[in-house]
Design a protein around this ligand. Structure first.
Ligand SMILES: NC(=O)c1ccc[n+]([C@@H]2O[C@H](COP(=O)([O-])OP(=O)(O)OC[C@H]3O[C@@H](n4cnc5c(N)ncnc54)[C@H](O)[C@@H]3O)[C@@H](O)[C@H]2O)c1
Length: 268
């Protein structure tokens, strides 16, 4: 008996990293999973992993910044599986640039994906969840939604927004007796492709001693070894374990809360 047997899940940004890990873990615990991303090839790989393991998954390309596309994705989920119980708003980007060098375009792009995308997911996903008898929304924030970091002010602004947005939506759902819980997850340094994409413009003020000279990449392991009390970076499965817990009825009394999975980074 899987921990989320019979439930239908939607995971955004599921072509890579934490989103893929969450989709695979939810499917392994019995959920039917709708996976979405802008990266079609990566999505196909995620579906292959799930199907090979005996799970059920369906893929749709989706840019989370499009409200129209969100409506289509929720409608497609209803058509395919008849319900929605678990929504993982995971798609996100990180732009590591000094705030004094950040273009307004980059600021807005990061806001649109990391914040507007979560807003649309909540706005269009929760009504179907309520109509399905209830469920659990899991929004990906970060330790950057709990603490500031130089060179990541724009990113911190998005992740702080996700943290408090989640709490307010949790209260609104509780007040309306929708039987929908809403929580945020706060990963520390997790070994995914995001670290190869971070310094995307200007001179990054982010841990500049760790950015490899001449390379558009950050060594997540070096940062984690230096900064995480456990001494190493996490892997997507570490975050997926928390997501499965929040998705399952084991967490039925948890809403408006934040789950920190960071190897001790924010304990200091
Ligand atoms: N890796 C970490 O250390 C870490 C730490 C804290 C928080 N997070 C958060 O976890 C989430 C997942 O990050 P990850 O590390 O797996 O990154 P990742 O880059 O491996 O995966 C992110 C996925 O989001 C997709 N995506 C980007 N823009 C999109 C859009 N407009 N519409 C739909 N999909 C889009 C990408 O194609 C990619 O597949 C993000 O919200 C990130 O901010 C990651």
């Amino acid at each position: 008996m899987g921990r989320v047997d019979g439930k239908v899940a939607l995971v955004t940004g599921a072509a890579s990293g934490i989103g893929r890990g969450a989709a695979v873990a939810l499917a392994a615990e019995g959920a039917k999973v709708v996976v979405t991303d802008v990266d079609e090839a990566g999505l196909k790989e995620t579906v292959d992993i799930i199907v090979k393991a005996g799970g059920t998954a369906s893929a749709h390309t989706q840019d989370v910044t499009s409200e129209e596309r969100w409506k289509e994705i929720v409608a497609a989920t209803k058509d395919e599986f008849g319900a929605l119980h678990i929504l993982v708003n995971n798609a996100g980007i990180g732009i590591g640039t000094s705030i004094f060098e950040m273009s307004y375009e980059d600021w807005q792009r990061q806001q649109r994906i990391n914040v507007d995308g979560v807003f649309f997911g909540v706005k269009h996903g929760i009504p179907l969840m309520a109509a399905s008898g209830g469920g659990s929304v899991i929004n990906l924030s970060s330790i950057a939604g709990l603490q500031g970091a130089p060179g990541l002010a724009g990113y911190c602004a998005t992740k702080g927004a996700v943290r408090l947005f989640s709490k307010a939506v949790a209260l609104e759902c509780a007040q309306a007796q929708m039987n929908v819980r809403v929580n945020s997850v706060h990963p520390g340094i997790i070994d995914t492709a995001i670290w190869q994409k971070i310094p995307q413009g200007g001179t990054s003020a982010l841990s500049s001693n760790i950015i490899q000279p001449g390379a558009n990449t950050i060594d997540a392991h070096a940062i984690a070894t230096a900064g995480a009390p456990l001494g190493y970076a996490g892997i997507p499965a570490d975050i997926a374990a928390g997501i499965v817990f929040l998705a399952s009825d084991e967490s039925r009394y948890i809403t408006g809360s934040e789950l920190v999975i960071d190897g001790g980074m924010t304990a200091r």
